[in-house]
Design a protein. Sequence first.
Length: 314
Amino acid sequence: MNTELLQKYISGNATETEKQHVTEWMQESPENMREYMAQRKLYDIALWRTKPVIEESKQQKKRFTLRTLWIETAKIAAIFAIILLGTHYWSEKHQVQKSESLQSIHVPAGQRAELMLADGTKVWLNSLSTLTFPGNFDGDIRNVKLDGEGYFAVTKNAQQPFIVETNKCNVKVLGTEFNVMAYATDSIWETALLEGAVEILSSGTTTNVMKLEPNTMVSLKGNKLIKSRIKEHDHFLWREGLICFNNVSVKDMLEKLKRYYGVDIVVNNTQILNNRYTGKFRTGDGVEHVLKVLRLNNKFTYKKDDEKNIITIN
C-alpha cells in the first residue's frame, strides 16, 4: 500500500474512493492491518512532536521540558510496543489531539472503534461507520458528522451544544448518552436516548422537530418520525463486540449481518425467512460462524464467494 495514500486516509484528506480502497486493503490480511496501525501511530507521534510548548519562566521551562521529555519518551515507547504486538481486530482507543483541520475515522467491516474527542466526549463506532470531527471545538457548537452507527457519551457544556449531523436528520444535545444509526446506504434511521435529553433537528437546519426523554427512541419511517420506548437494550452491546437478536425474523437477522459485515447475502431458500431467532454472537467470530449456528435450527446450505463478497443461501 502506498504510504502517502495511507497518510491521506489517516489525516482525513482521502477521497471516498481512496477511503474504500484503503478499507478493502486493510481487510485483506492481518499484516495489512498491522501496517496501517504502525502508520497511524507514527502520525500520532508527529502530532505530539508538533504540539506547542508554553514558556513562563526559565525555571518553569526547565522543569516542563524535562517532564515533557519523559512523558513523550514513555508515549513513544508504549506506541512502538503496541506496533510490535499487532492485532487481528480493530478496537483501538484514540486520544484525539488538537488540530485545526477535520479528521475522519472509518471502521472496517466486522470491526468497531472507540475514541475520545477534544472536549472529552467518548464515541464508539460500529462496523462500516465513518465519523468526521475537528481536532478542536471552536465556535458556538460542537459539530461532528456520522455515516453509520455511533454511541455518544457527550461531555456536558450548556454554552456549546453538541450536534451529530447525518444524511437524514441531525441530533442536538448538551450532555448525554445516546445511540445513532444512520447509514447512508441503508433506509434505517434511528436515535435512542439512554440518559439526559436530545433534540431531533431537520437535516441542514436548526429547526427542532422532536425531543426525546430517557429510554425513548425515534425511527424514521418514510418521511415521518415515530417515537417509542426502547425495547431492546441488548442492541447497544455492540459496543462490547456483541451482535444480539431477540425473537427476530431470519430476514431481519440477515439484513443486520449484511450491514455489520459488509457482505451481500442472496437468499434462494425463502422458506427460512419468516423463522425467528434469539441469540448473541461475538462480532469477531465472523458472519460464517453465525450462519453455522443458525443452520442448526434452520434447514439450509450456503456458499461464500470471497472474490465477489457474496453469500448465497440455498
